[in-house]
Structures are given as structure tokens and as C-alpha cells.
Design a protein around this ligand. Sequence first.
Ligand code: FMN
Length: 220
Amino acid sequence: MNVIEAMKNRISTRAYLDKPVDREAIEQILDAARWAPSGVNTQPWQVAVVRGEVLRKLSEEFLRLAAEGVKPAPDYDYYPGEWIDPYKQRRFKCGMDLYKALDIGREDKEKRLQAALNNYRFFGAPVSLFFFMDKRMGKGSWLDMGMFIQNVMLAAREYGLGTCPQASTADYPDVVREKLGVSGQNLLLCGMALGYPDEAHPVNQYRTAREDVDAFCQWY
Ligand SMILES: Cc1cc2nc3c(=O)[nH]c(=O)nc-3n(C[C@H](O)[C@H](O)[C@H](O)COP(=O)(O)O)c2cc1C
């Protein structure tokens, strides 16, 4: 698969086959991703590959906390406190289209809740990656992390694997750090579901739109 193809056919996969992913494929994905650029080659990324029993336990713990109404306490605010346009509109459309793909009506609060909680089941993926970064690093390292994480998603396409970056699985970072034995010095930026896509599932038929280049690019 060429790079442009991988960039254009990567989507957030939210339903997976019950099929394990070979450790070798994950190793090769990370081996390719590590060639991401980073300021003065700092390579700030730390990755936890979580599978099997550990993943199941994490899922259980997330679901238990959510059921008990424990408020998420992520290491950073991904989203703004107050939404402004055009981001507000785009966010709204993204949610609406997703519910439509899942055939969830506007008023169906229970189904919406279950769809949201599916994040904590990693959408049925057999693997979740967790991306950490030393909190003593500067803001620039967040850019490096984004480039690395995108590399992982693109490399996954080469192996026929789907991904979904998940801010949601970083809702309870202390739990993740504790279960994985990760130092409190490391910020949890996000998780990522990884596995073979269930291509037949309606949620994977849904495609998000993008603005045209002219809408965000000026030439001088
Ligand atoms: C850092 C990051 C975190 C995200 N977190 C979630 C998440 O927790 N749950 C989810 O369903 N999608 C999550 N997404 C996926 C976005 O909703 C998705 O990328 C966006 O709607 C565009 O769709 P596409 O990825 O299919 O192109 C996240 C994306 C990014 C980049």
C-alpha cells in the first residue's frame, strides 16, 4: 500500500473481528513508526502494548468506574471547555453521523451510553496501545507524539489492521499507570484500539468528511 492510499483509507475502526494480532506484526508497526521525526531527535514516545487478560482487566475497571459515576480525570484537557464554531458544528456532525451509522435515535439515551461505553471495551479489539510521554518535556514533544501516533496508524494499514485512537481510554490515567506499572512521571496521551476490522459492521461503513483544501489553505 502506498502512503497516500494509507492516509486516505485510514479510518477510526469501531468494530473488530475476534481474531488475534501476531506480536510480530505489532513489532513491525512500531519498528516503522519509530522513524517519525522529533525535535532534536528526542523520540519522546513510550508505548504500552496491552492484550489478553491485562486488557480484559483494564476494560472491566474502566466500566466499573464509569458505572460508579467516577468522573474521568485525564492528564490533560483534550477538548476546549467551551466549544466555538466551526469546531462545534463539526463535533456535532461527527456525533450525529456516528449515531446514524449505529441506528441510534436522538432520544435513545441508553443506546448512546452503551455506544460511548464501548470505548472502554476497546470496541472489541484484541489489542490496545497506550501512548505515554515524560511530563517534563516541552509542548513541542506533543507534536512529536502526534507524528509517531499517526505513523502507527498508517503502518497498521500495511498489515490490514484497523485502529481507533482513543482519548477515552486515557480517562482514568492513574488506573492505567497502576495496572501497567508505569511511572507517574509519564503522561498518558491516549490509547489506541488495534485489530482486524469487522468490515461488515455498519459502524465501519461510516466515513467522516473533510473540508476542501481551499477552506484551510492560503497561498502567498
Ligand atoms: C487523539 C484522538 C483521540 C480520539 N479519541 C476517540 C475516542 O475516544 N473514541 C472514539 O470513538 N473516537 C476517537 N477519536 C476518533 C475521531 O473521532 C476521528 O478521528 C474523527 O471523527 C475522524 O474520523 P476518522 O478517524 O474515521 O477519519 C479520536 C481521534 C484522535 C485523533
